[in-house]
Design a protein around this ligand. Structure first.
Ligand code: SF4
Ligand code: SF4
Length: 202
């Protein structure tokens, strides 16, 4: 017969006195350790909608959908909790001082319906004023304008975005003129329309 080792005996006696290491979850709430790496969570007030987190995610656990309704264009950023591996690459790459998305200590992610295993936020989108193509999220344009400072005023798209964010011009103002001419040069435009208006007004 194989006799138990001394260390195993000590462990068994300790367990009788101290009790088991495991908690009684789910009957009692479990408190994870502070450094536990759980589900990442978006902060819609900090996130600028740049999609850097989607680019770097190694598990394809982040996606997005652009809703290009001209009256209320939105970008929906979706985190799929069932494929996330909690690696933290999204938080590390976040341009909003790593605060747009952050790992939490949330671990209780069981679900019955896979369709519910996702969380999303929505950000306002900026469309090209001529062709309606997606340019970027409005908060992302403001973020770029703040980063580059006075250089903003050399780019009409950023300049107009800045004026709108400062409340100097109406957020929803658009020109009715669509002639790819001189009047279009001061609009918020995608790269293609910017090139066309520049070439036609040289
Ligand atoms: S923690 Fe890793 S796997 Fe999960 S969403 Fe972020 S980058 Fe993707
Ligand atoms: S700001 Fe951060 S959280 Fe938001 S889309 Fe960009 S990288 Fe992702």
């Amino acid at each position: 017969m194989k006799l138990p080792k001394i260390r195993e005996l000590i462990e068994a006696i300790k367990a009788l006195i101290v009790g088991p290491y495991t908690s009684k979850f789910p009957f009692k709430p479990h408190e994870p350790y502070p450094s536990f790496r759980g589900q990442p969570v978006y902060n819609p007030d900090k996130c600028v909608g740049c999609l850097a987190c989607e680019e770097v995610c190694p598990a394809d656990a982040i996606g997005h959908e652009d809703i290009t309704d001209s009256l209320n264009p939105k970008r929906k950023i979706i985190h799929y909790t069932d494929t996330c591996i909690f690696c933290g690459c999204c938080e590390a790459a976040c341009i909003a001082d790593n605060e747009g998305i952050k790992l939490s200590n949330e671990f209780d992610l069981a679900f019955f319906d896979r369709k519910t295993a996702e969380e999303s936020i929505e950000k306002d989108l900026q469309l090209c004023e001529i062709c309606g193509a997606v340019i970027a999220c409005k908060d992302h344009l403001k973020w770029i304008a703040e980063k580059i400072g006075e250089l903003t005023y050399s780019n009409p798209t950023l300049y107009q975005s800045r004026l709108k964010s400062l409340g100097i011009i109406d957020e929803n103002i658009t020109s009715v003129l669509k002639d790819h001419g001189r009047s279009d040069r001061v609009k918020i435009l995608c790269a293609r329309c910017r090139r066309e208006t520049t070439l036609t007004t040289v």
